[in-house]
Design a protein around this ligand. Structure first.
Ligand code: TGC
Ligand code: FAD
Length: 397
């Protein structure tokens, strides 16, 4: 008869195609063999190895669900399985990939002109050109609609605007070649998206200082974007999209990736806690895994991880059929991030004092998972998005 597999309690593998299983195996192998050995030192040194994006590009893992322009064109489930494999190692590595793949490549694919797509996507898919996504500002995080960054007509150069403003907490900004910046047109107040190419920015008009000494997501690089009358050609503006639906469309796909990804981090916490509980002995030489309170912690984590993966698969399938709504994505982003954080924090207790040693990885996951619950819409913001959909009353303002 069928056997229970604690690593896949609800047999979600049966929902995957042959191709999806193969992609997942490729990604898991790369992540375990090539990424995992680097992460401990990278986290200690607060160092992001940009070569990771080039390596992922070589394997076809960047922008994997996009069609054409050198991208693999796989299903949303397959691309979710990639994020899960990456985040099993570290949320910061998944973050670097999400920004490149979902936010920047996804945005260009959805809103770019043919010329923009041809210019940026193939080298981004190879990880040779790196991107970042600038929406959040020092004074406007949960409420990006109130952003202050502006684009004003260039006083002397026709076909150009001057971008000014500050973006903060921007993943990959210090290493990005192309910076997707959302700003309001000075004349209309409408939000538009710009592809700022670092190599074309005159000295002093673009700075991207790193934000150092983070207590989470330390294997990822984060910075600001400071623009001071930076000249950008209108050919680098998304031609048709106006308003928040531009950045939010990019976020839909990134939030989906996070919902899948954080389950990888939780599954890693579970696997490590299980191994530890079977090896560690206390009271009459019993493995602590024998004790009921420890078993409950493992059961809770396995249950939430399997429900989370199942829900992520369902919403991904609906997305590919054109039937997913943003509220569904808010639902799984909120739930999976919250449950990953709560369970990781509880599993941490199983390690006793050793939880405090970074060698055991659990503390790193817990610190990272706090960030996943905060960015791309903090969980309470997603509660309000859902609350609005349930009641018809918006509670933001
Ligand atoms: P609201 O009135 O709700 O909407 C304004 C316009 O946007 C459209 N829209 C969407 N379109 C597509 N997808 C969605 N999910 C959409 N949500 C809204 C909406 O239809 C409307 O369009 P139009 O044409 O009528 O103008 O806007 P609001 O200002 O009331 O928004 C409220 C709220 C709270 C929902 C929103 O502001 C929000 O989601 N806040 C959270 C901010 C956020 O998620 N920031 C993320 C920054 S990027 C990031 O964190 C990257 S981390 C990457 C990593 O390292 O992994
Ligand atoms: P605030 O908006 O000030 O919120 C603070 C608290 O108040 C939250 O708990 C929030 O839920 C609550 N709150 C706010 N308004 C309400 C309300 N109406 N009702 C109830 N509660 C409310 N942004 C980018 O654009 N690009 C990136 O690449 C990026 N990467 C990031 C990487 C890291 C490591 C981090 C930490 C952040 C990153 N962000 C990025 C920014 C992230 O999206 C924001 O931090 C997030 O949207 C929250 O905004 P805030 O920090 O300004 O918090």
């Amino acid at each position: 008869g069928p056997m229970f597999d604690w690593e896949d309690p609800l047999a979600t593998k049966t929902l995957l195609t042959e191709e999806e299983l193969a992609i997942s195996e490729t990604a898991e192998r790369y992540c375990q063999e090539r990424m995992l050995p680097r992460v401990l030192q990278a986290y200690r040194d607060e160092h992001y190895d940009a070569a990771i994006l080039t390596e992922m590009g070589e394997l076809g893992l960047l922008g994997a669900n996009l069609e054409g322009y050198g991208c693999a064109g796989v299903s949303t489930v397959a691309s979710g399985l990639i994020t899960r494999a990456v985040e099993r190692v570290d949320s910061g590595y998944r973050s670097g990939m999400s920004v490149q793949s979902s936010l920047v490549m996804g945005g260009i694919h959805a809103f770019g002109s043919t010329e923009q797509k041809e210019r940026f996507l193939p080298s981004m898919a190879q990880g040779k050109m790196l991107g970042c996504f600038g929406l959040t500002e020092p004074n406007h995080g949960s409420d990006p609609g109130s952003m202050e960054a502006t684009a004003r007509p260039h006083p002397s150069k026709s076909g150009y605007v001057l971008l000014s403003g500050a973006k903060t907490w921007i993943t990959n900004s210090p290493i990005a070649d192309v910076l997707m910046v959302w700003a309001k047109m000075q004349e209309t107040g409408k939000i538009r998206g710009f592809l700022v190419e670092r190599k074309n920015c005159p000295t002093g008009t673009l700075e991207t200082p790193p934000i150092k000494n983070k207590n989470g997501l330390r294997a990822s690089i984060t910075g600001m974007i400071q623009l001071d009358d930076c000249p950008v050609p209108l050919a680098n503006m998304f031609p048709d999209v106006e308003g928040l639906s531009g950045p939010f469309t990019c976020l839909n796909s990134a939030r989906m990736g996070i919902a899948f990804g954080v389950m990888g981090a939780l599954e890693d916490c579970l696997a490590r806690a299980r191994t530890y509980a079977l090896e560690r002995r206390q009271f009459k030489n019993n493995p602590i895994a024998k004790y009921q309170l420890v078993q409950k912690k493992l059961s809770d984590a396995a249950t939430d991880a399997s429900y989370g993966v199942l829900a992520a698969i369902q919403v991904s399938r609906l997305k590919d059929e054109g039937k997913a709504t943003p509220e569904m994505i808010s639902l799984i982003k909120r739930q999976n991030c919250d449950r990953a954080l709560v369970n990781a924090r509880t599993l941490q207790e199983i390690f006793g004092g050793n939880a405090v040693s970074d060698e055991y990885a659990i503390g790193r996951h817990v610190a990272n998972l706090f960030v996943t619950q905060t960015y791309e819409g903090q969980s309470d913001i997603h509660s309000l998005i859902l609350g609005r959909a349930i009641t018809g009353i918006q509670a933001f303002v």
